[in-house]
Write a protein that binds this ligand. Structure first.
Ligand code: NAD
Length: 354
């Protein structure tokens, strides 16, 4: 296929990938010229955070363990108070998208450098994007201020990620790559990353479903997460990401599960208007169409397939369709409210895309 003209913005950042790499955090703090780190975790990963703080010795001045899904602004304000009280000069986020989101929120407010150690496949570590929730509304900003300076991938840390979270988080990553393939900013670099990312994750998730401790699959999944996250950071996204933000922020639905349930339907919605891009995706998925391929993948791996099962209320579907229609954004298929509502109803009922 001949190359089309393109624009690609590469993002600065240092990536360390391997096993046991958590031990390099101290060295990276010092390489940034810092010496007073604040360690961040969710409540669920606080023990790991405490252990990291102890390992860092005098390089860590404190720990904040209240990172929260959808990044509420009051949590960030609370953490910034602690940053100031301790005189911290950098943050170390140990965790998934919620913890990395908090690191970004602190960087946005203080300009402190970030070292992030991702333990899920959300891909947030590789993006200059931040979503924050205030009064039930989630808003997104794009600024290099929030792009982490250093990413340390330690495969060993993902061994504790429960199988179901591994699967939904992996499909969250695949969503970034699928929307990158039909982005208005599509280019050969993100295309390569998207194909690598989807391919590695699809294979790895099938292995992890049966054998969660498989190191090679954990390694492939984590690399796939970086590749897909780099797609998310590199090009604009469309209907799928818009809907997931709406549902997550407004109705407080779990992030990775929402992505997993909606993805087959949003991809099926766009597929007729992104034929070449989605043909690539269906080849990698080994399916007759990309939408059906994602649905079958998730279903075979035991992931949730219905919005009803994760707490969405039927009467809120109309409001979700309204929010999705607000402030237009580029999307391969025209945005039609009735069709989007139909898509949401299919996702609510857990139906396989037609
Ligand atoms: P999460 O960070 O909330 O993690 C989910 C749960 O898994 C948490 O309870 C956490 O403590 C636990 N956990 C994480 N890693 C674990 C491990 N290795 N072992 C055991 N438990 C572990 O979930 P997420 O899906 O990674 O992140 C979702 C958040 O990230 C949302 O707020 C979303 O908006 C944001 N996000 C942002 C971007 C971006 O580019 N800005 C991209 C993707 C996601």
């Amino acid at each position: 296929q001949s190359l089309q003209p393109f624009v690609y913005n590469s993002l600065p950042g240092r990536v360390i990938f391997g096993r046991g790499t958590l031990s390099q955090v101290g060295h990276e703090i010092q390489s940034l010229g810092c010496s007073k780190a604040l360690v961040l975790t969710t409540p669920g990963q606080s023990k790991k955070g405490e252990a990291l703080k102890a390992d860092l010795g005098s390089l860590a001045v404190g720990i904040y363990t209240n990172a929260t899904l959808h990044n509420p602004t009051h949590v960030a304000d609370d953490a910034v108070e602690l940053v100031k009280a301790l005189g911290a000069d950098c943050v170390v986020a140990l965790g998934g998208g919620s913890t990395i989101g908090l690191a970004k929120a602190i960087a946005l407010r203080t300009d402190l450098p970030q070292i992030v150690v991702p333990t899920t496949y959300s891909g947030s570590e590789a993006t200059p994007l931040i979503g924050q929730t205030e009064n039930g509304l989630k808003t997104t900003q794009k600024t290099l201020k929030v792009l982490p300076e250093v990413i340390i991938y330690d495969i060993d840390l993902t061994l504790t990620l429960p199988v179901q979270t591994s699967i939904t988080s992996g499909i969250n990553a695949i969503a970034h790559a699928l929307e990158a393939l039909y982005s208005t900013e599509v280019n050969p670099i993100t295309d390569m990353l998207a194909e690598q990312g989807i391919g590695r994750l699809v294979t790895a998730l099938q292995v992890l479903h049966k054998d969660p401790q498989n190191i090679e699959a954990r390694s492939d999944a984590l690399f796939g997460a970086w590749a897909c996250g780099t797609c998310l950071g590199g090009v604009n996204m469309a209907l799928h990401h818009k809907l997931c933000h709406t549902l997550g922020g407004t109705f407080n639905l779990p992030h990775a599960e929402t992505h997993t349930i909606l993805l087959p339907h949003t991809i099926a919605y766009n597929e007729p208007f992104a034929v070449a891009a989605m043909a690539k995706a269906s080849r990698i998925l080994g399916a007759p169409s990309a939408g059906k391929g994602v649905f079958d993948l998730a279903k075979n791996l035991g992931a949730p397939s219905s919005l009803k099962d994760i707490g969405m209320k039927e009467e809120d579907l109309e409001r979700a369709a309204d929010v999705a229609m607000k402030s237009p954004y580029p999307n391969p298929a025209p945005l039609e409210r009735a069709k989007i509502l139909g898509l949401l109803r299919d996702a609510y009922g857990g139906r396989r895309p037609a």
